[in-house]
Ligand binder design. Structure first.
Ligand code: OXD
Ligand code: MN
Length: 588
């Protein structure tokens, strides 16, 4: 089979592509170069074949619309496998399969799967060029939608080949759409071989292999071997009016507002303050020679949840998605406009919903799928931090763990020390969202927001976190936050969005030794005077107290619920964390 116009001299890349071409038998092979001309060409092709719809270019320059198969709209954790040599390496929080068995099964499914189709070869770099933490992947796919999304989400083409040189240590990713039958949907990771095979899905989190598959699942496995951390965290910088910049990394489960937090615009009262986005989803972090923890964002774009995005929740996002954006599974009007629940302004009188059915404001169904997405280049974000291109990354002063909890978890507290912070992150519970199929609203333990993304045994992952402490001389402070606590009537206790700046300000003041706090059984919490409530309408110190309440009864229940994870990981749970739990019980 003809390999086509191959654009690399790396023999390892060429021979692996040859092998996969032999397996998948595409009609042609397109070696992507990431150029603007290629983007034009592929976009035109995608529009012609109906994969993309061109939006009104006056209103939405460079923007396109895509509708996925209705059975394929979110990550599928039940079809996601970690294929380590032993089941124990993957641990009980992952689905496991013997690697040889999985290779046979997936190669059988991939055999001849690209007949009559084009195989696209996507070389991509995760991380800024020149960064010691950056990694190269090659994704082979028969989806033009994947190519156009990967072009936004990664540094595609030449930067990847330049970083790789003649080495063989690139991630091998194969993606075949097949017939999108959920029974033949598998997202399989082979951490020892630095290989991913994804079949039967076209949804972003399952098929943009640089993101969850490489940057988190394979990434976390490599990170443990190589002494760094691959985390489901946004990275932001807070700049004070005096020009002091403090960087923070924060882990929240999927669809809990990481993108909004990463792009926050401070409220009026914070004149002169600025929040800069380094990343909105993934952080790769490694101790530097100076003993601080440095973070890079391996991605080059944002794959964000659309519903609820508006000029109040995220003005920067509203600005950036106005051009060069791919919208997936939102509503579409006859004149090439888009709509979603929570967008500014009134809904259209009539449009097509995410399934392509007629929709009006009287319809019972949602217009946009709750997990509909935008894919946008990070350069479009007016708050993008210039440091995002720094190969050394940014020094992290604080790590924040967040959950979506209607009860129990206060608005904010600070862990007593690193190990206590690891315990707080490890035991974090959160209500499930639409980003994954099944279980919406149920509280589940989601350690460090990594439950769906940790590529090895979770107990060993906690141990790795604990060990990182030894490599740090300037230890980031660790905090927990909960923007989602509700009162008895179901109203949110904290306004959130731009007012989260107030919480962030206390956090960075704590890191810089400037803010007071009170000791409680959970950790350090701000006292009334430590927290800046000035300029808040309709919000009193009493309401803050309510949002900060620590109920011993609720915590007794919480600790019992932690048992689920403790039992599950019993064999591998580090004793340090069991001890932290004893201490918490004693303090309560
Ligand atoms: C995401 C997710 O898409 O976490 O970022 O599901
Ligand atoms: Mn995510």
């Amino acid at each position: 089979m003809n390999l086509g116009n191959c654009n690399t001299s790396n023999e390892a890349v060429k021979s692996w592509v040859q092998e996969m071409v032999h397996l998948c038998q595409p009609d042609q092979v397109h070696w992507c170069d990431g150029s603007e001309a290629e983007k034009q060409l592929l976009t035109a092709e995608a529009v012609k074949s109906g994969v993309l719809v061109e939006l009104n270019q006056q209103k939405w320059p460079g923007c396109y619309y895509h509708r996925s198969n209705p059975n394929d709209v979110a990550r599928v954790e039940q079809c996601t496998f970690i294929c380590t040599p032993t089941k124990d390496d993957a641990g009980l929080t992952n689905n496991w399969c013997d690697p040889d068995e999985m290779y046979v099964k997936l190669h059988d499914l991939a055999r001849g799967a690209m007949k009559g189709r084009t195989m696209y070869v996507i070389p991509y770099l995760m991380g800024p060029p020149g960064s010691k933490l950056a990694k190269v992947g090659i994704e082979l796919t028969d989806s033009i939608y994947v190519v156009l999304n990967m072009r936004i989400m990664t540094r595609m083409g030449l930067p990847a080949y330049e970083h790789l040189g003649l080495r063989r240590d690139f991630n091998r990713g194969l993606h075949c759409l097949l017939d999108l039958n959920p029974d033949r949907r598998f997202i399989a990771h082979f951490p020892k071989d630095n290989t991913i095979i994804s079949v039967g899905s076209g949804y972003g989190g399952n098929v943009l292999l640089g993101k969850k598959c490489l940057a988190l699942r394979i990434g976390s496995y490599l990170a443990r071997q190589e002494g760094w951390l691959a985390e489901h965290m946004l990275i932001l910088g807070v700049e004070s009016p005096e020009g002091e910049k403090t960087f923070v990394a924060a882990a929240f489960p999927s669809a809990c507002g990481k993108t909004n937090f990463a792009m926050m615009v401070p409220p009026k009262h914070f004149a002169g303050w600025k929040v800069w986005t380094v990343g909105d989803d993934i952080a790769w972090m490694k101790p530097g020679a100076d003993g601080r923890l440095y973070a890079i964002n391996p991605e080059a774009g944002y794959f964000g949840v659309v519903p609820g995005t508006n000029t109040k929740s995220n003005p920067n996002a509203m600005h950036m998605i106005r051009r060069d954006t791919i919208f997936t599974n939102v509503g579409l009007t006859a004149d090439g406009d888009v709509w979603w629940e929570g967008m500014d302004g009134p809904p259209p009188g009539e449009c097509l919903d995410w399934r392509g059915e007629k929709w009006t404001p009287a319809s019972k169904e949602k217009c946009a799928h709750p997990n509909s997405r935008f894919t946008t280049p990070m350069q479009n974000n007016p708050a993008m931090a210039p440091e995002v291109e720094d190969p050394n990354g940014v020094p992290i002063s604080a790590i924040i763990f967040g959950g979506r909890r209607a009860t129990t978890l206060p608005l904010v507290f600070q862990a007593f020390n690193w190990i206590h912070g690891v315990y707080v992150g490890a035991m974090m519970g959160s209500e499930m969202t639409a980003a994954a199929v099944g279980g919406r609203g149920q509280v589940r333990r989601d350690p460090m927001a990594m439950l769906p993304f940790c590529g090895y045994n979770m107990g060993d992952y906690f141990r790795h976190w604990i060990r990182m402490r030894k490599h740090l001389r300037h230890i980031p402070r660790i905090f927990a936050v909960n923007w989602f606590r509700k009162d008895k009537d179901g109203n949110f206790l904290w306004p959130g969005f731009s007012d989260n700046m107030r919480v962030l300000k206390w956090i960075i003041d704590r890191c810089n030794g400037r803010a007071g706090a009170e000791e409680t059984p959970l950790g350090w919490v701000p006292r009334a005077g430590d927290f800046d409530l000035a300029g808040m309408e309709n919000f009193s110190a009493e309401q803050l107290d309510e949002a900060q309440t620590i109920s011993v009864d609720e915590w007794k229940k919480e600790i019992l619920e932690e048992n689920e994870l403790m039992f599950h990981l019993h064999d591998s749970m580090p004793k340090e964390l069991i001890f932290q739990r004893e201490l918490l019980v004693a303090r309560l």
